[in-house]
Design a protein around this ligand. Structure first.
Ligand code: B16
Ligand code: MG
Length: 210
């Protein structure tokens, strides 16, 4: 591993909260009578909360004011946070935990680079509270992926340059963000198909082969 720092996306890389995002958005969409399904939900991966809402409202006949949208996003997040209470350290796979520990053993600094404003809550639920050397998330950025801000901040928090860090992502927008910030990247799932990904991986533990 030739990188001093590794910056991990959270949802879809360290753990999986898709189903809770889906259930919470679905409840909100049903309440306002807007069609929403799992195919539309796939478009929300790695996308910020307000941008996700805009995608869902593409199907709405009604125009929503900014204030109304903020209320809807707030309601969705309250439902989502309640669902997150179902998560426990059992939602952190042994493969992910063992790989993180092994990378740390090799001397790598580990950071989170997530769009989620619920990052700290989720890390606490899965037993990774205080584990990472730095956390850059939805609470410290003004531009979401594909903008590189969240990863640039993570590198800065680690005291490293982008060229010294590897970004690990599951979303295409996340690889776009890594490329825009001058980072090498490792892609899992859909992100492994991105034409500019540096290392397409079949599984999380593939990081140990880099
Ligand atoms: P929140 P990531 C992203 O996390 C999720 O993939 C995306 O579905 C979600 O809309 C976004 O966080 C914002 O989350 O509503 O909790 O602030 O993949 O960047 O770790
Ligand atoms: Mg993700």
């Amino acid at each position: 591993m030739n990188y001093s720092g590794i910056i991990f996306d959270l949802d879809g890389v360290i753990c999986f909260t898709d189903k809770y995002h889906y259930q919470a958005w679905k409840k909100m969409a049903d309440e306002i009578g807007v069609y929403f399904d799992e195919v539309i939900n796939n478009r929300l991966r790695g996308v910020s909360r307000m941008a996700s809402l805009d995608i869902i409202l593409e199907r709405s006949k009604k125009e929503y004011s900014q204030e109304e949208k903020e209320k809807l996003a707030y309601e969705k997040n309250e439902i989502y946070k309640e669902l997150l209470c179902k998560m426990s350290p059992a939602d952190l796979s042994a493969e992910v935990k063992d790989t993180l520990d092994a990378l740390r053993q090799k001397g790598c600094k580990l950071a989170i680079g997530s769009s989620s404003k619920n990052t700290k809550l989720i890390l606490g639920r899965i037993g990774l509270d205080g584990y990472f050397d730095a956390i850059s998330d939805g609470t410290n950025i003004t531009h979401s992926k594909p903008d590189p801000e969240v990863f640039l901040k993570a590198a800065e928090f680690l005291g490293l340059n982008p060229s010294e860090c590897l970004v690990v992502e599951d979303a295409l927008a996340g690889i776009d963000a890594a490329v825009a910030g001058g980072f090498d990247s490792a892609g899992i799932g859909e992100a492994a198909t991105h034409e500019k990904v540096t290392y397409p991986l079949e599984s999380f533990s593939g990081l140990l082969g880099i």
